[in-house]
Write a protein that binds this ligand. Sequence first.
Ligand code: PDD
Length: 280
Amino acid sequence: MTQTVCLNGEFLPIEEARVPVLDRGFIFGDGIYEVVPVYGGRPFRWAQHLTRLKRSLAAIGIDNPLGDEQWTDLVHQLVARHDWANQFVYMQVTRGVARRDHAFPQNVTPTVFAMVSELVPPPAAQIENGISVVTLPDERWLHCDIKSTSLLGNVLARQAAVQAGAAECVMFRDGFLTEGSASNIWVVRSGRLFGSPKDNLVLEGIRYGLMAELCERAGVELQLRRVLREEVLAADELLLTSATKEVLPITRIDGRPVGTGKPGPVFAKLHAAYQQAKAA
Ligand code: PDD
C-alpha cells in the first residue's frame, strides 16, 4: 500500500515528502512528537494524546500550529487513506526552518509532519513467554517528561539492549527506576503494582492513566512512588507499557528470571482488561 503522509497540510506519498536541511528538527532535534494507536479506525485515547502534544509544545515554547479540530481531522484523514486494520499515527512538530543559531528564531512557521503505519500488536509468543530486558544507567537529560524528538539518550540505550540480546532496557537514576528507552516500566510486588512518579525523570505515558483505570477494574492496587533498583530485581512480575507494545510481561532481567520466569497473574488481569478497553 502506498503510504501517504501529511507535511505542512499537504498529503503526499512518503517518498515525495521533503524537509529543508535547515529545519531545526534536523539540525537540533528541536521538536516534539506523539505516537497514537488506532484500532479499527478509532484513535485510542486520542484526547489524552492531544493534550500531551499541546503540553510538549508549550514546554518548549512552540505555538500550537493547529486547533484541536484540525489535529483531529488530520489524524482521521490519514487513517482513512490506509486500510490496515490497526494503525499508529506519528505526529511531529519542529520549530521550523531558520539559519542555524541555537536561540529561537523569530517569525518562523513550525513544521508539521504526520504519518501512519501498520500497527502490528505484540506477537503471541511475547505475551505467552514475556520479553527480556537489561538494566542500564539512565544517562538522559532532566526533562524526560517532554516528548521531545531529541532522543539520542533513548536511542543509545535501546541499542545497548539490542546488542545484549534484549528487547528493551530498564533504566535507573541514583538507584531508582525511571523507565524504558521507549516504554514505561511497572513493578509487581505482593500483588500490588508500582510505577515511577510522574515527574521530570520519566515520560508520563498515556498508559499511566490507562493502567490506573485497568487496575481499578481488575482490583489491583496501584501506587506511584520511587522504586529502588533492588525492588525491581526482586519483583514478582515486571511489565512494560507503550502505545505500540500495549502491555507486555518482562520475564528476564539481565539474564535472570523475573519471579517464576513466566508471565504472572497481575499481567494476565491487566492484559485482559487492556484488550477490553481497546474493544470498548
Ligand atoms: N514511546 N517512555 C518513553 C521514553 C517513551 O518513548 C514512551 C512511548 C513511553 C510510553 O508512553 P505511551 O504510553 O504514551 O506510549 C514512555 C513511543 C511509543 C515511541 O517513541 O515510539
